[in-house]
Structures are given as C-alpha cells and as structure tokens.
Design a protein around this ligand. Structure first.
Ligand code: ADE
Length: 256
C-alpha cells in the first residue's frame, strides 16, 4: 500500500509514523508513506502557497502549487484520465470538513486501490479549481473543524494500514473490531478475575465457548443500541439478535 501526502507541514507526521503499527508496516515493506511539501511546488521567489480570496474573507490556498504537486507525483496523464472518466486508478483525496464522512467501508475501499494520494488543506480552504482539476474524493473525519488536514490524513493512513494483509498478525482482531461488522465492540476483560471488588462476568470465566460468544454478541448489541442506534439499521442481525434487541427495548419501555 502506498500513501502520498501533500502538506505544508511534513514535520507533523514524524512521530505518528515513527512508532507502532504504521512503523512496523513500513519497516516490513507492506506500506510506504511519501511526504511532499506543497511549498516546494510554488513557482514564485518567496514560495507563496496562499492568497487573499476573491470576494473577501480569510486566506485561501492557491491552486497552482497543489495541482503541480499532484501531477508531479502521479503523472499528469493519470490525473487527467481519471477526471475525464469515472474510472479512478489512484484516489486523490482532499481532506476537508466539507467532505463525506470517513467510514470503515471507505478504509476498505482505499486499501483495495493499493495507492492513494491525500491533500492536506490549511487556512480557510483551497481554491475550488483544485477540486475540478485533480480531486476524486473529498473526505471529512468528523463533524468538527481542525486547523488542517494533517491529522485527518494520519487517521486515514492508520485505518487503511490496519487492513493491509499481513499488517495485523492476528486476523481475528481485525474481523471483530468495532465497525467491521456494523456493531460496536463488546467489552474486554483480562486477569485479575476481581479488581477493586469488580468481578469479571462468570460466563467469561466459565470458558463455555458458545455462551461466551452469545454474551459478547449481546453486549455488542446493547452498546450499539445505547450509543449508536443509527448503526443497527445497516447491521446484519440474526433472529436471536432481533429478539435480544426487542427484550432490551421492552426493558427500557418498562422503566419509562
Ligand atoms: N480539515 C479540517 N477539519 C477537518 C475534518 N474534520 N476532516 C477532514 N479535514 C479537515
């Protein structure tokens, strides 16, 4: 998996990519991350990358350095080809709070491409012609405003890297992760069996496999109903799941 990241602040990425899972994936040759400084593509003497907007307001990133950078990294032919057809070869992703919300499904989609490029916006925004000329996806990581797309780009690198085959040694961890199956994850316990008077649930200690699985499933359903009821609409639910959810809703109706 190859990531190209266009940013005005490449130094921000050093810590995140120097440790833990992304670092291991880079060291193992499973992932490569290439940082490109947008400033290097400014053509004027002072390497200016932003300017005042037509119509007034805060500073806006100029289109030319960003477009030159994308064309340099991916090749102008590829960039033009995938804007002219619907066939995307390398997603060119603009990180912006005005984009579509990033999801686990998108992380899978990006991993399948094998190569993505991300543009980190700064200031008030980016000249709209960047979208028209090179961008294939506008993505937001949540309904809040950050000062730039750098942290969102790190989030996407991390989420996609975890999906690259071989990066997570334990495939089960990946399969059962929150969101992978459309439900939030069940709570976890390890030793000691009792801590500060709080005991690990008996079923888990019992080692009875089928009961453990059923309890985990019910805990995941309960959590999802409480915290993210919107996710239940798209989750794959068995008849037993539906009965359990109905019993939970019955409980809450009685306490109302
Ligand atoms: N840039 C600023 N805020 C952002 C967000 N929430 N997602 C993606 N890019 C951003």
């Amino acid at each position: 998996m190859r990531f190209d990241i266009l940013t005005l602040f490449p130094g921000l990425f050093a810590g995140v990519f120097a440790e833990s899972i992304v670092r291991r994936a880079i060291d193992a040759g499973q992932v490569s991350v290439n940082l490109h400084n947008i400033r290097d593509y400014a053509t004027d003497k002072h390497h200016v990358t932003d300017d005042t907007p037509y119509g007034g307001g805060g500073m806006v990133m100029k289109p030319d350095p960003i477009v030159y950078a994308v064309e340099d990294v991916l090749g102008a032919d590829l960039v033009r080809r995938q804007k002219e057809t619907v066939n995307v070869e390398v997603p060119v992703i603009l990180l912006t709070p005005a984009g579509r919300l990033f999801t686990q499904a998108m992380a899978h989609e990006f991993e399948h491409y094998g190569h993505i490029l991300m543009i980190c916006g700064r200031y008030e925004g980016i000249d709209e012609r960047v979208n028209e000329l090179v961008v294939t996806h506008e993505i937001s990581i949540g309904d809040y405003v950050l000062s730039g797309g750098e942290i969102p780009a790190m989030v996407i690198v991390e989420a996609v890297t975890r999906l690259v085959p071989g990066v997570l040694g334990d495939m089960r961890a990946m399969v059962e992760d929150s969101h992978a199956h459309g439900l939030l994850e069940y709570p976890h316990y390890t030793r000691p069996a009792e801590f500060r008077g709080l005991r690990v649930p008996d079923i888990l200690v019992s080692g009875h496999h089928a009961q453990v699985e059923r309890r985990r499933r019910e805990q995941a359903l309960r959590r999802t109903l409480e915290r993210r009821p919107d996710m239940l609409e798209n989750a794959q639910l068995s008849p037993a799941d539906l009965r359990f959810l109905a019993s939970l809703k019955g409980e809450s109706d009685q306490s109302d």
